[in-house]
Structure formats: structure tokens, C-alpha cells
Design a protein around this ligand. Structure first.
Ligand SMILES: [Zn+2]
Length: 185
């Protein structure tokens, strides 16, 4: 919580439902400024190369050594596709082409929205960034399921592998509860 109003400097901010609003928020009782705290977007990608899927091994806490998909917070001024492409590049060193949305899911307890795209390798000339220990292409049968921390990521990978056999991919939307995504179909 901010203690001073960033518009007029009044101290402290109040907490409650501002007049005419629908949700509790921090707001300034002097000038009317409202400190909106809306969900944050995390963009990422599943990248496939000849049936192999790319995973990153985390190099920074929490959970150093576990494997996951490249993903991270969207920045101001970029599109969500640009964010996914940038996160892939920062975490893996790979320049990827973003194809279509694959999984869109909200995580109400942490106030986050994940948008995971399917993507295709264009170029790979750079090493992974400092947040990543290593990156590796896995065949479906070699994926280290026990060291993928997020059940939601395991769910997305399992479904992708199922769909890969048929060559047709859906677009899924859902909400996460206790690590499991409840997709709407
Ligand atoms: Zn104010």
C-alpha cells in the first residue's frame, strides 16, 4: 500500500469503496486519486522444434533447478505478443515467432493473468539470460515431470503433447485453483 498520495502528497491514503465505485481500493480522501491495483499479465510460450519442446531450468529463487516454460511479466508499452517474444528471448536466447494463443488462464488469488502462446523457433544464437540455468529441448517421453513445479504448466504440456499427435491445437481459457487450471472445455 502506498502511504502518500502520488498526485497531491496527502497522507495517509484511505482504504474502502470510493464513492461510485464497485471494489475496495486505496484512495486519497483529499484529491480523489484512486490507486487501482488490477491483475498483472504474464506472457509466455510453448516452443516446439521437430516434436521437441523447450523448457527452461530456473536459475534464481524461488525453486532453483525446477523446469518451466519461458514466461514473465508484460511491460508497459508492449503488446502481449511482444512480451511473450521478449521473455522467450531473455530467458532462453531464442528468437521465436509467436503463432496463436494456446492457454489463457487467470489466477485470482495472486491477481495474475497468464497468456501462453504457441511459438516457433526462428533463430538461436544467444545464451540464456541470468534467470535461467540452462535450456533444453525435450522429447515428450523425456520431460522431467517431477521437477516441473507448477501443476498448471504440466497440464498445458500434457495437453500439447496429446494434441501434437493429431496436429491440431485448440485455444483454451480457464481459471486456476490450487495449482490446477479448470478449463472451460
Ligand atoms: Zn491526493
Amino acid at each position: 500500500m502506498q502511504h502518500y498520495c502520488c498526485r497531491c502528497g496527502h497522507h495517509p491514503l484511505a482504504h474502502g469503496v470510493p464513492e461510485g465505485d464497485t471494489h475496495e481500493r486505496d484512495y486519497c480522501s483529499a484529491c480523489g486519486y484512486v490507486d487501482y491495483d488490477n491483475p498483472r499479465v504474464i506472457a509466455g510460450a510453448i516452443i516446439e522444434r521437430e516434436g521437441n519442446l523447450l523448457l527452461c531450468q530456473r536459475g534464481i529463487p524461488p525453486r532453483v533447478g525446477t523446469w518451466t516454460l519461458p514466461a514473465g511479466f508484460m511491460e508497459r508499452g508492449e503488446s502481449v505478443e511482444e512480451a511473450a517474444q521478449r521473455e522467450v528471448r531473455e530467458e532462453t536466447g531464442i528468437h521465436a515467432e509467436i503463432l496463436t494463443p494456446y492457454s489463457i488462464f487467470s489466477v485470482p488469488p495472486t491477481n495474475e493473468l497468464y497468456i501462453i502462446y504457441r511459438a516457433r523457433l526462428l533463430e538461436w544464437n544467444d545464451p540464456p539470460g541470468h534467470e535461467t540455468l540452462t535450456v533444453k529441448w525435450f522429447r515428450a517421453e523425456d520431460i522431467p515431470w517431477d521437477t516441473i513445479f507448477y501443476p498448471a504448466i504440466r497440464q498445458i504440456l500434457e495437453r500439447y503433447i496429446d494434441e501434437h499427435a493429431g496436429g491440431t491445437y485448440g485455444i483454451y481459457s480457464g481459471s486456476m485453483d490450487n495449482g490446477t487450471i479448470h478449463f472451460m472445455r
